[in-house]
Design a binder for this molecule. Structure first.
Ligand code: ADP
Ligand code: MG
Length: 485
């Protein structure tokens, strides 16, 4: 019988497991399926990395993840532990993909990372034919559920794929799942709530959550300066993230900080990918400890010593808020979340919601334009599309929303034209049914309302309110949030 702890020490160099890593690994090694809910930074990756080091010849651990941008990093990290690992996704050239699939077919690799779209490709099934799947890992499993905050239609087919792979044990992992989402995950993989669910807790007792009600931008900026000053007073080079919903607000704030001579980095969708990457690296290496970012920043970013996260604008849900705040204090030391709330922002989010879930006809029309006018679209991209869809409101970003929906459905794929996308297949009735934009919009509105109730409830400990939202009970108040103090 293998001594798990010894193996952990010798192979990974960690003295001991964190709860509930051992429990998960023991089950998996007994070929049992399970769903584990563990907070961000708790060490979910170790559970499948560990399993992959115990694969027999020809066995492999297959990880499905929606986070294409992180796969390279995840696979490099695994290789640092001498795990033979790779990833296949749309960022690779056709040749490179081919090469990697060839190696998989030949029996190389213990651990591979793929996005769910990969299963739509016959070549991928072909290369797995000669391999035995020891464990089918579903990372960010909340993406299965329409009630989650990041629904991916491709995720709903994962159980089908798993069956086609001969029903290997599944390990579903996530950090954020409300009761509804948990139900969906259990149901999808035919798991039993009493036997196959491990709740690793979502507790983050070292986080001090604070809400500041502000009136207008000037007051926000004053508050911001004060927060930045007090954090640099407490610790030199203390590192932090400021989150924004809108790129425009981010840029305004950046100019303000510049005028106040506060050095900072920026990360958002309008910056070219190579610049974004460099900004992220500079932040991770602490060259500049402050970064202004949109929510895309931080997914899977593993920087243990972030001391504060500031929300300059209201996020879209409690899930999003807690995930973002949760990037602070992973080292277990005290860290803070500072939420600058202004009622005006609420209307921005409401409007945001309106544009984020366009009508079916709108999505279909955007697809038609992209597929019927590839020459113009590839060069003039969004400008052309917006012009054709004739709308005047500058903040109306339905075209962008439609493009990312089509991309998610696999109707578009990325390429290296100035526009960045090309048509693959027309959206079908099933696509529209599987992901009904109106249902999503309503769910999202409910989530925003729950967040608003959280902001306004200054009677109950902040952390307790969040735990309650995730159906998680605790006895004691945190003692360090604005309500407790
Ligand atoms: P998440 O649960 O958010 O996916 P990760 O798997 O990225 O978290 O792990 C976060 C960090 O915790 C990593 O840097 C990893 O090396 C570290 N870690 C994981 N397990 C242990 C352990 N048993 N002891 C010490 N550090 C660990
Ligand atoms: Mg993870």
């Amino acid at each position: 019988m293998l001594d798990l702890q010894k193996h952990l020490q010798s192979h990974f160099g960690y003295p001991d497991f964190r709860y509930p890593q051992r429990q998960i690994i023991e089950k998996v090694l007994n070929n049992k399926s399970l769903f584990a809910l563990m907070p961000t930074g708790a060490g979910k990756s170790l559970t499948y990395q560990f399993t992959s080091t115990l694969t027999q010849k020809n066995e492999l651990v297959l990880v499905v993840s929606p986070l294409i941008a992180l796969m390279q990093d995840q696979s490099t990290k695994a290789r640092d532990f001498k795990i033979s690992s790779t990833y296949i996704n749309s960022s690779l050239s056709a040749e490179e993909k081919q090469k990697r699939m060839q190696s998989i077919a030949e029996g190389q690799y213990q651990l591979i990372f793929v996005a769910p779209e990969r299963f739509q490709k016959p070549e991928f099934w072909e290369c797995l034919k000669s391999r035995q799947i020891k464990l089918f890992v579903v990372d960010e499993a909340h993406c299965i559920s329409l009630w989650g905050h990041d629904f991916r239609p491709d995720y709903t087919k994962l159980q089908q794929y798993r069956e086609r792979l001969g029903s290997p044990p599944v390990l579903a992992l996530t950090a954020t799942a409300t009761e509804d989402v948990q139900q969906d995950i259990l149901k999808m993989f035919l798991l039993d709530k009493n036997q196959d669910l491990i709740l690793g807790g979502i507790e983050r007792p070292n986080l001090s959550l604070n809400i500041f009600e502000c009136y207008g931008e000037a007051e926000k900026n004053d508050q911001l300066l004060e927060l930045l000053k007090s954090s640099s007073d407490t610790a030199e080079n203390s590192s932090g993230i400021i989150y924004f919903s809108l790129i425009q607000t981010l840029e305004n704030c950046s100019r303000f900080l510049q005028s106040a001579k506060i050095p900072h980095l920026k990360y958002h969708g309008d910056l070219p990918a190579n610049i974004r990457r460099r900004q992220q690296e500079d932040f991770l290496k602490n060259k500049t400890p402050l970064i202004l970012a949109t929510p895309a920043f931080g997914l899977g970013v593993d920087k243990p010593d972030i001391r504060f996260v500031i929300h300059y604008e209201i996020p879209s849900s409690i899930e999003a808020y807690f995930q973002e705040v949760g990037r602070a204090g992973r080292d277990g030391e005290t860290a803070s979340g500072q939420f600058l709330f202004s009622e005006d922002d609420l209307s921005i989010q409401m409007q945001f919601l309106n544009w984020a879930y366009p009508e079916s006809e709108f999505i279909a029309k955007v697809y038609d334009l992209i597929s019927s006018r590839p020459d113009v679209v590839s060069q003039q991209g969004f400008d052309f599309l917006r012009e054709q869809m004739v709308f005047k409101n500058k903040k109306d970003f339905r075209v962008n929303a439609a493009v990312s929906i089509l991309l998610r459905w696999g109707c578009l794929e990325e390429n290296d034209t100035p526009f960045g996308y090309q048509s693959v297949r027309e959206p079908q009735k099933e696509d529209f049914e599987l992901e009904d934009q109106n249902t999503l919009k309503k769910e999202h509105q409910k989530k925003l309302l729950a967040l608003l109730r959280f902001i306004q409830n200054d009677k109950v400990c902040r952390l307790k309110q969040i735990y309650q939202y995730f159906s998680h009970q605790i006895e004691e108040d945190c003692g360090i949030c604005d309500v407790c103090r």
